[in-house]
Design a protein around this ligand. Structure first.
Ligand SMILES: [Zn+2]
Length: 377
């Protein structure tokens, strides 16, 4: 196993667990939220900003990085040197991006054929090429290529995609060459409990370093997402990290940590920041609304981030109204700080044996205006 995973505390009132594992670029304390840096950048923020908000792990994307800047550059420098980030990096395989494409793409047993948005040429992304690309990128954790589908698909479609994901997982495992890079499998099966069980049973027989729960936040309702998360987490081995892909809102995270999920990523904190929405200790705040323009209070009085310590709601409102990029930058830093501080609080609550009570209190405070899903980066 490339990621010796150590569980240091478990919560008596839930399935939450506190752990850590060591990667080639540092230790990851779990539960952790991974900051989405799809194209080897977290939009508008540099590595010093990311350190400041408490980011531990960055998430890059194989599909986008393969199209631009391409494999040759990464063979030469690797992502850490390229973007000057010395901490751990996880790369998603590209499966979700292929699924999200509206244009020219077809799925085959060999891989996914699609047209590049960069040069309009046709490409074939196979499980083997995804691993080759992730090996060149030099991520600390690689993901297998999976076939993603809408979670509202019928059972036959869901089963076919799941079975192909299993075959591709075995091919990914066989294609791995690097000793220092971990590889995670992705449990699929939509919202059908029997398929989730079958998928977990198949994949956990194989020597993967961790297991992800995929196929959620793609059309499913919150209650469905919570049920599938709880079921899937329970089916995964205790001694390996569990990663819930692309989910979600702070309440989603609080719920999933209580099910024993260790790793998360989601575009929401940065995506919504660029649209003028902040996550706060009392729910979401839209800074473009008129009342923010009249408020000299910080965005969130309970937040310790640099944005909240230095600037008022009226200033942020002004920056957004003027289309000044500083507004989005300040909000991105706040939102990431909010997510990462939530994770730090959760880790402390698990260590103290009080996660269940903490989660209940947290949900009561933030569970308003929180119904949107997520989406894999
Ligand atoms: Zn703040």
């Amino acid at each position: 196993m490339r990621l010796p995973f150590e569980i240091t505390a478990t919560d008596p009132g839930s399935r939450a667990r506190r752990g850590s594992f060591l990667t080639a670029h540092g230790r990851i304390e779990t539960p952790t939220f991974m900051t989405v840096g799809t194209r080897a950048t977290v939009t508008g923020l540099d590595p010093a900003d990311l350190r400041e908000v408490g980011a531990q792990v960055l998430l890059g994307n194989t599909y986008h990085l393969m199209l631009r800047p391409g494999i040759e550059l990464f063979r030469r420098v690797g992502i850490h040197r390229f973007m000057n980030w010395s901490g751990p990096v996880l790369t998603d395989s590209g499966g979700y991006q292929i699924f999200s494409m509206t244009g020219d793409r077809t799925m085959h047993e060999r891989g996914a054929r699609f047209r590049s948005y960069v040069d309009q040429r046709m490409h074939l992304l196979s499980p083997e090429l995804s691993i080759e690309m992730q090996t060149a990128i030099g991520s600390d954790i690689m993901m297998v290529l999976d076939e993603c589908i809408d979670s509202t698909s019928d059972e036959a479609t869901t089963r076919a995609a799941m079975e192909r994901t299993h075959r591709w997982a075995l091919r990914s495992l066989a294609a791995r060459t690097s000793e220092s890079q971990a590889l995670f499998a992705i449990v699929q099966g939509g919202v059908v409990p029997a398929l989730r069980e079958e998928s977990a049973a198949f994949l956990t027989q194989q020597p993967f370093d961790g297991f992800a729960i995929g196929g959620l936040a793609v059309g499913d309702a919150r209650a469905q997402r919570e049920d599938v998360t709880a079921l899937s987490a329970e089916l995964l081995p205790r001694d390996r990290p569990r990663y819930l892909m692309g989910v979600g809102t702070p309440p989603d995270l609080v719920h999933a940590m209580g099910c024993g999920v260790d790793m998360f990523d989601c575009v929401l904190p940065t995506l919504l920041a660029w649209q003028g929405t902040a996550f706060t200790s009392t729910g979401r705040v839209k800074v473009t609304r008129a009342e923010c323009g009249r408020s000299d209070a910080p965005l969130d009085a309970a937040c310790a981030c640099a944005t909240c310590k230095q600037f008022s709601r009226s200033y942020l409102h002004h920056l957004f109204k003027c289309g000044e990029p500083l507004g989005s930058r300040l909000l991105s830093k706040h939102n990431l700080h909010h997510y990462l501080a939530l994770m730090a609080e959760a880790r402390a609550a698990i260590e103290a044996g009080g996660y269940a009570a903490w989660a209940k209190e947290k949900l009561a405070a933030i569970d308003r205006h929180e119904h949107a899903g997520g989406g894999r980066a």
